[in-house]
Ligand binder design. Structure first.
Ligand SMILES: Nc1nc2c(c(=O)[nH]1)N[C@H]1C(S)=C(S)[C@@H](COP(=O)(O)OP(=O)(O)OC[C@H]3O[C@@H](n4cnc5c(=O)[nH]c(N)nc54)[C@H](O)[C@@H]3O)O[C@H]1N2
Ligand SMILES: Nc1nc2c(c(=O)[nH]1)N[C@H]1C(S)=C(S)[C@@H](COP(=O)(O)OP(=O)(O)OC[C@H]3O[C@@H](n4cnc5c(=O)[nH]c(N)nc54)[C@H](O)[C@@H]3O)O[C@H]1N2
Ligand code: SF4
Ligand SMILES: [Mo]
Length: 699
């Protein structure tokens, strides 16, 4: 029985008071939560909703311990002004009042715009919260003021491009049907760490159907540990692997010719193209033994109900869009899409079809205003003329929901940019992050338990509307409140600034054909799932010809299309190992952190220990190091020192550093992204966080 009950006045709260909410963090699961409310200011336990059939009562440990974060002694409680040098700790900040802080921010943004024009101001945000009102409302302020636009490239750009090339729209098979599969392939993702709910559905398939479970990943992740077969490949070589699997599927009669004729385009050319690309050819590139590639291809070919869960990780390479297109194409060769429990899923964002005009101020977008690439923040702030698109320097920033001084690539250059004395920065945050330390003014932000919002899931089909569970901590204010306060001071007008959070949610839902905010909230979630026929594209894929495209039309997707192979193939333009930089670094997410979030909570810190470089014992021996040695990793961008961890769950030549640790967890004060490149991936940009060659020496 679900113990949720409607809100009661505090005085009568004798029984545990569980309130419904949704996880706001940047994770495809967007779990439905139940939060124990101890009183108007304090929460107790957090658990997953059992009667939501995607969450199914399971959430990750870091969110189950949310009280640690919510009531953390280091949470920001008041607006702060920096009096110490840029990058200083809490000691270098003094508390100020909200009016003084907001007046100052407005004054500095106005002064910057008066000097250089409005495009000198760069509002900067990402997905620290996935709530549409609190995350995306900054866009309304931007567009109403004519500030520089942002091209958001940290996360999904490469994967989106690769999936779109094949399917035409970002939607796919229903994750709940994983339970009906006979073979589940997790390709380039690590759901045990990054979206635990996938594993619930995999466990069901294994238990009830004896399903096989295959993982494709450069290292033995906690997910790979559970697999029947782990294809341990070199980073950035997924296309070679996928193409060799195609070779076997065609050559050994596993291709579903009827399905291919009805639902796909380009199969003849593809078959001819892969004929020479044997498992032996792929082994030389990806490092997976040819016999293992054949074994996997035959399993894939024999099984009708094959579900491919595509992660983001393998797309974070310069060639990642091509890898995504190649891996995603396998299900269209065997026709797995026709069977319940078959098909592929990368993300469901396209199913929700929300009208975001009011939240984002889309009616005020001026396409003539330049768009600055989020991942190129180092180049933008250090004045690269190409990145500035011929416009003025960026001299003022307002930052919410992201921590670029830690998570952005080419971190040395990012720090150089933030260190500029002529740059004004305001950061609205829950904690004094590495980015907040570079700010002139820091504003304290509410958490998802202290404001209303709406969320949709990428990994499932649920849309959720939430209300605050407790009162805002100390003087914290929501993002929306700050947008309104700044709009008033800056003279930005838009009807969205006159609405409450709830009114924005309600407007958006009604304009998009959903029930009202109150109705969706009362139902706790709204399932946007389509019929099996539609989720599995049996009524056609989302291209004009209704077919899966084996031959990608990259020109429609991005300006870097000329570098792309139209048919799935191994692209060579990535940061391959060289004699000087013989290792390939994968900077994968840590299980107990979520990007840079939760790096402050004691439970997560205790589980993660310290930053470590996981290296094959034979490689360690070759550099004269051993388990626990201090090693230095470096390349042309910089270097850093960390502890070596002998690990035989990688191929030789691969190094894995789970992240994203705060900068001060490292001896020299800069984190792992000092090594990662801000080169845009092909063909439309995108962060290449796992595409890095490095040297490793004993420190
Ligand atoms: N605990 C935890 N959960 C998270 C996050 C976190 O930081 N920590 N981050 C959240 C965010 S923002 C996102 S986008 C998602 C991402 O979730 P995932 O889809 O899981 O993607 P990544 O986390 O980037 O990487 C996952 C895996 O990709 C592998 N990988 C890297 N390069 C390659 C390659 O070339 N080929 C193959 N086959 N695999 C490769 C890595 O080794 C890693 O195991 O997770 C979200 N959830
Ligand atoms: N080395 C390496 N780097 C990576 C990655 C990797 O795999 N390896 N992954 C990349 C990816 S996929 C992503 S998505 C990015 C993500 O990087 P970020 O966007 O920085 O992600 P988070 O750490 O989740 O969130 C940032 C901040 O948002 C704040 N926040 C949360 N809710 C609110 C709110 O309601 N209001 C305000 N004002 N602030 C809030 C949190 O306190 C947190 O400090 O990192 C990228 N960087
Ligand atoms: S698994 Fe993801 S969505 Fe679910 S509680 Fe953890 S971080 Fe939130
Ligand atoms: Mo992400």
């Amino acid at each position: 029985m679900f113990p949720y009950r409607p809100a009661m006045p505090d005085s009568s709260a004798v029984l545990p008071d569980w309130r419904a909410s949704a996880c706001p963090h940047d994770c495809p699961s967007t779990c439905s939560l139940e939060v124990e409310r101890l009183d108007a200011h304090r929460i107790g336990k957090v658990r997953g909703a059992r009667d939501n059939d995607y969450t199914a009562g399971v959430i990750c440990a870091k969110v189950a311990r949310y009280a640690e974060r919510q009531h953390h002694p280091a949470r920001l409680s008041r607006p702060l002004r920096r009096v110490g040098p840029k990058g200083c700790g809490a000691d270098g900040f003094v508390p100020i009042g909200w009016d003084e802080a907001l007046d100052e921010v407005a004054h500095r943004l106005k002064a910057a715009a008066a000097r250089h024009g409005p495009q000198t101001v760069w509002p900067y945000f990402y997905a620290g919260t996935m709530g549409l009102v609190q995350r995306d409302g900054i866009e309304r302020l931007r567009h109403a003021m004519g500030y520089s636009r942002q091209y958001s490239t940290f996360c999904v750009t490469l994967a989106d491009a690769g999936w779109a090339a094949g399917a035409g729209a970002k939607r796919g098979a229903d994750a709940r049907t994983i339970a009906d599969s006979d073979l589940v392939v997790v390709w380039g993702g690590n759901p045990v760490s990054t979206q635990v709910n996938v594993m619930t559905h995999v466990a069901r398939a294994r238990k009830t159907r004896g399903a096989k479970f295959v993982v494709v990943d450069p290292y033995r992740t906690p997910t790979a540990e559970q697999a029947d077969l782990h294809l341990m490949l070199r980073p950035g070589t997924d296309a070679a692997l996928a193409v060799a699997v195609m070779h076997v599927l065609f050559a050994e009669g596993y291709a579903d010719r009827d399905y291919i004729a009805k639902y796909t385009a380009g199969a003849d050319e593809l078959e001819a193209h892969v004929a020479a690309r044997t498992p032996e050819w792929a082994e030389a590139i990806c490092g997976v033994p040819a016999a293992t590639i054949r074994e996997f291809a035959r399993l894939f070919g024999r099984t009708k109900r094959t579900f491919v869960r595509l992660g983001y990780g393998f797309s974070r390479h310069r060639n990642g869009a091509s890898s995504m297109h190649a891996a995603a194409s396998l299900a269209a060769i065997t026709g797995a899409w026709q069977h319940k429990g078959g098909g592929a899923l990368y993300g469901q964002s396209a199913i929700y079809r929300l009208d975001k005009t009011m939240i984002e101020g889309l009616d005020r977008v001026d396409p003539k205003i330049r768009r600055l690439d989020q991942s190129r923040i180092g180049a933008v702030l250090t004045g690269d003329p190409q990145d500035l698109a011929g416009g003025p320097p960026v001299t003022a920033m307002f930052i919410q929901n992201t921590n670029p001084m830690n998570v952005a690539p080419n971190l040395g250059r990012v720090r150089e940019g933030f260190a500029r004395e002529d740059l004004f920065v305001c950061v609205h945050e829950q904690f004094l992050t590495d980015t907040a330390r570079m700010a002139d003014i820091v504003l304290p932000a509410t958490t998802f338990l202290e404001h209303a919002d709406m969320y949709y899931a990428s990994g499932s089909t649920y849309l959720q509307v939430t209300k605050k569970v407790v009162e805002p901590y100390a003087e914290c204010r929501s993002n929306h409140t700050v947008h309104r306060e700044l709009a008033r001071r800056l003279g930005a007008s838009h009807p969205g600034f006159d609405m409450s959070e709830w009114e924005l949610i309600d407007w958006t839902l009604k304009a998009s054909g959903y029930p009202s905010a109150d109705e969706v909230h009362a139902g706790r979630w709204y399932d946007k799932a389509a019929s099996f026929e539609t989720t599995n594209f049996l009524d056609g894929f989302a291209h004009a010809d209704r077919r899966w495209h084996f031959k990608a039309d990259w020109e429609r997707i991005g300006p870097g299309w000329k570098a792309m192979p139209a048919l799935p193939d191994q692209m060579t333009n990535y940061d391959a190992a060289t004699k000087d930089r013989p290792f390939r670094l994968v900077a994968a997410p840590a299980r107990s952190y979520l990007n840079s979030t939760f790096t402050e909570t004691p439970g997560s810190q205790a589980r993660e220990g310290r930053p470590a470089a996981m290296i094959h014992p034979a490689d360690l021996a070759e550099i004269g190091a051993e388990d626990g040695s201090r090693v230095r990793l470096g390349n042309e961008r910089g270097s850093l020192v960390l502890a070596a961890k002998a690990f035989n769950g990688v191929l030789r030549g691969t190094v894995v550093v789970e992240s994203i640790w705060p900068n001060d967890a490292f001896e020299e004060g800069l984190g792992i992204n000092v090594l990662t490149s801000d080169d845009p991936g092909f063909p439309a940009g995108g962060g290449v966080f796992h595409d890095t060659s490095v040297w490793v020496r004993k420190a």
